[in-house]
Design a protein around this ligand. Structure first.
Ligand code: FEO
Length: 166
């Protein structure tokens, strides 16, 4: 594996780990604030990001690269509102998408079609996650500061996610 690709994949391991910890902090915040549905949503997202990280760890090892398990900064753990929480979610996903696009670009440049092929799974995943984040944020923008709207959002989020993933 070309060193530049190996480095980018190690960076991505870190970004997926950061997303996993960020979503865990968001789940915990929502839990403490009494938003049980939102908490479950982010606990699940956190698990998914850990899986994304693991897939990369295993891939780099399979290809004979050297995996670097990163140290991480403390994630943001307090939010002004559900809107701010989901804004952070969207920003995190947009960032990850940009990084994945960088890897794809480098793979094509280095003619590493194997890694390019592997990364296509992430391209599809990012499309879905960004769409979910935007849809939920749109709903929260409609709700605005309405407390009963928050209540319904929290109650309905699990149903919405299940329907969305079907
Ligand atoms: Fe694995 Fe949502 O980035």
């Amino acid at each position: 594996m070309h060193t530049s690709i190996e480095n980018l994949l190690n960076d991505q391991i870190k970004y997926e780990a950061m997303a996993s910890m960020q979503y865990l902090a968001m789940a915990s915040w929502a839990d403490a604030e009494g938003y049980g549905g939102v908490a479950n949503f982010f606990y699940t997202q956190s698990e998914e990001e850990r899986e994304h990280m693991l897939k990369l760890v295993k891939f780099v090892n399979e290809r004979g690269g050297k995996v670097i398990i990163p140290s991480l900064e403390q994630p943001k753990d307090s939010f002004d509102s559900l809107g701010a929480l989901f804004q952070k979610f969207l920003e995190s996903e947009v960032f990850v998408t940009e990084q994945i696009n960088t890897i794809i670009g480098a793979c094509l440049q280095e003619k590493d079609y194997n890694t390019n092929n592997f990364m296509q799974w992430y391209v599809t995943e990012q499309l879905e996650e960004e769409a979910t984040a935007r849809t939920l944020l749109d709903k929260l923008n409609i709700i605005g500061d309405d407390k009963s709207g928050y209540y319904h959002f929290d109650r309905d989020i699990e149903t919405f996610i299940q329907a969305h993933e079907r």
